[in-house]
Design a protein around this ligand. Structure first.
Ligand code: TRP
Ligand code: SF4
Length: 404
């Protein structure tokens, strides 16, 4: 029995970068921990995506994957609630990627902003590869394979979800035709039962006649939250809301993660490549040492110089970690030069150390027993494959390919 309501699915992934830092935690992971109790969640390690830019040296990959998984578990992702797996253990991602590649115009991929940006940024690498161009398409396959309602991502990934929606639309347009579609869709509406029949018709009418997208969403959730209808009817009803095609691959929506600004020790965005991070499992002495040395408002040269919290990265961390009274105390003390920077940092250090200690404690079990992590992802891969198979069977049928 799943402890969360069936139907509304969430899917997201992360490239394996090794041990995570506070920026990763506040930017994504913390959000996942909350989502797992609200939706049926699939979270995976995108190790094939790591290869698109890091194909030359793969020695660290196993380690990076393992450490990131330990962080997920230690941060509170619960394998009893969410499905956690590694992309390369679910070869269905590759199969859907290949099939989608047949219908994806090259121009769509070349136009994705990250394509040129990343090539610019990673000049030392040869990214004029087939795999790198296909990055967003592989991501589309990752997503569409699970037919999620929502894909929680940060701003930088929105374009990838957008192309995913376009590919789904194109796929449904090409392969979602069905003889007697209207008759079957009308029959399926009745299966929704009771009040939902009228609510569905109303939502469909409002969307088709007035382009009311909120009505479309209401209609979709009426369909996706219904556990009695068959998968085929579900696709018909999702498709019928918008037009005359079966929706074999429903269009997912972005669930934009509200990301606080997490500055690194030098005041720039916290990032492994800048070497300015605080690790999610860093030891207390090191956290304390780093924060004590962290950049502050440059106006406070002497203890008696007043400062401006708005110009201080330490204060951005206060905003994330400290309670309201502490933040007030810090802001006032800063502006009036009533406190020094070290004094200001003290409660922050205590709080960050306390938060990290909980995570360190939970990580220990997995560090001491790596088999535990392996078992979790093996089981996750098997659950993911079951879900992926359902989609692929229908994709194959729609494309007139023989069942596997
Ligand atoms: N491209 C994402 C990133 O760099 C990782 C990713 C791969 C992903 N596949 C995904 C995220 C599917 C969401 C859904 O962060
Ligand atoms: Fe930053 Fe606090 Fe120093 Fe002000 S007192 S500059 S907020 S560390």
């Amino acid at each position: 029995m799943s402890p969360v309501p069936a139907g509304q699915r969430v899917l997201s992934g992360m490239r394996p970068t090794g041990q995570l830092h506070l920026g990763n935690y506040h930017g994504a992971l913390r959000n996942w921990v909350d989502l797992q109790f609200q939706y049926e969640c699939f979270f995976f390690v995108a190790d094939w995506h790591a290869l698109t830019t890091g194909y030359e040296d793969t020695r660290n990959l196993p380690d990076y994957i393992h450490e990131m998984l330990v962080d997920w578990l230690a941060a509170g992702i619960d394998p009893g609630v969410a499905t956690i797996f590694i992309q390369s253990q679910v070869p269905e991602h590759a199969e859907l990627h290949l099939l989608l590649s047949m219908i994806t115009p090259l121009g769509w991929l070349e136009r994705v902003p990250t394509y040129k940006d990343q090539q610019e940024q990673l000049k030392e690498k040869d990214l004029a590869t087939y795999g790198f161009l296909g990055y967003p398409l592989l991501q589309s396959a990752d997503i569409l394979l699970y037919r999620p309602t929502f894909v929680p991502v940060g701003e930088d990934q929105v374009a990838h979800v957008e192309i995913t929606r376009e590919i789904a639309r194109r796929f449904n347009h090409l392969y979602g035709r069905e003889p007697d579609f209207e008759v079957k869709a009308e029959r399926a509406i009745k299966e929704l039962g009771g009040r939902n029949v009228a609510l569905y018709r109303q939502a469909r009418k409002q969307f088709q006649e007035a382009g009311d997208t909120a009505a479309l969403e209401r209609g979709r959730s009426l369909v996706t939250s219904n556990t009695r209808i068959t998968m085929a009817d579900r696709e018909r009803l999702l498709g019928y809301l918008e037009g005359g095609n079966v929706s074999i691959l429903p269009e997912p929506q972005v669930l934009l993660t509200a990301t606080p600004k997490v500055p690194g020790l030098d005041g720039r965005k916290m990032s492994k490549s800048y070497g300015n991070i605080i690790g999610l499992r860093e030891d207390p002495d090191s956290v304390s040492r780093k924060l004590k040395a962290m950049t502050t408002d440059p106006a406070r040269v002497r203890r008696t110089d007043p400062g401006d919290p708005a110009k201080c990265p330490v204060f951005d961390l206060h905003k994330i970690h400290s309670d309201e009274p502490t933040r007030e105390w810090a802001a006032n003390g800063c502006r009036s030069a009533g406190i020094g920077c070290l004094e200001c940092k003290k409660p922050l250090i205590d709080k960050v150390v306390a938060e990290i200690s909980v995570i360190r404690e939970r990580a220990r079990e997995y560090q001491e027993n790596p088999e535990l992590v392996n078992n979790i992802v093996d089981e996750g891969a098997s659950k993911a494959r079951d879900a992926a198979r359902e989609t692929l069977d229908e994709v194959r049928r729609a494309m007139n390919l023989r069942a596997g």
